[in-house]
Design a protein around this ligand. Structure first.
Ligand SMILES: [Zn+2]
Length: 252
């Protein structure tokens, strides 16, 4: 069994990732990471695509097709599979992840700390402000890592998406948010690699120049996928294939 950290950078399109994320490109140039360009499922909205990434189903199959659906997931997610195999999972993520896999439509903004060890996400720290700093999401992840040594952990910051909604995909603010999170990754990833984790860095969807997403333009639809690990097989090029790739990496 292997250990994996999945980083989903909310709202990070492939184009901005290619232009602004020098640390991740450096890992590619050094053959430490491999990269593919992944086509996100439709609609390019967060909650449907968290579910697609984590369950390997298209939105019409898993039924979460808009952001206002606060029901509990009815599908078998990576968290469920990890728990069923006796491994430990964790998440430092937006509260929609706790709604999908822990709480459904109960008031999950109160679920700031889920540290009871109850599956499917054994240990979680959740936030609900889109301005919650990415640096703090990574601090939460670092705490979970050191305290609980999870086999699988989701790290899910929101500032890139937030900047895109304020100023659009071609703005200074959006580019700077991508640069900032690239810098944060450069501090976190060396430690995670040393600790024996395989790592994926990807996104749920991109961002349009009109400050929104949900549609099928290339800026919204194409997201980066970096993989740091030992598997030599082809990287996924469709978001719906991510779960199978991750399960294979975890050797479940
Ligand atoms: Zn968004």
């Amino acid at each position: 069994m292997k250990k994996m950290i999945l980083v989903v950078l909310d709202g990070l399109g492939n184009e901005i990732a290619e232009l602004k994320m020098g640390y991740m490109k450096h890992l590619e140039e050094g053959s430490i990471a491999r990269k593919s360009n992944v086509v996100a499922s439709l609609p390019t909205l967060s909650r449907p695509l968290y579910e697609t990434i984590l369950t390997g189903k298209q939105p019409y199959e898993h039924g979460i097709v808009h952001n206002l659906n606060r029901s509990l997931s009815k599908s078998k997610s990576i968290f469920h599979e990890v728990a069923a195999s006796g491994m430990i999972s964790a998440a430092a993520a937006y509260h929609w992840i706790s709604e999908l896999y822990l709480n459904g439509d109960q008031n999950s903004t109160l679920d700031r700390f889920h540290l009871s060890g109850e599956p499917p996400i054994h240990y979680g720290i959740f936030y609900y402000e889109d301005q919650y700093p990415d640096s703090h999401v990574f601090m939460d992840a670092s705490y979970l890592l050191k305290t609980y040594q999870p086999d699988f952990m989701l790290v899910h910051p929101m500032n890139v998406d937030d900047a895109g909604h304020k100023d659009g995909a071609l703005s200074e603010g959006y580019g700077l948010a991508a640069r900032r999170v690239d810098g944060i990754l450069s501090m976190a990833l060396p430690e995670w690699i040393k600790a024996g984790y395989e790592i994926i860095v990807t996104a749920d969807h991109g961002m349009s120049e009109d400050r929104g997403h949900g549609g099928g333009t290339p800026l919204e639809r194409y997201v980066p996928f970096w993989y740091i690990g030992t598997k030599t097989k082809d990287l996924p090029t469709e978001q719906v294939a991510l779960k199978a790739f991750i399960m294979n990496c975890l050797e479940i």
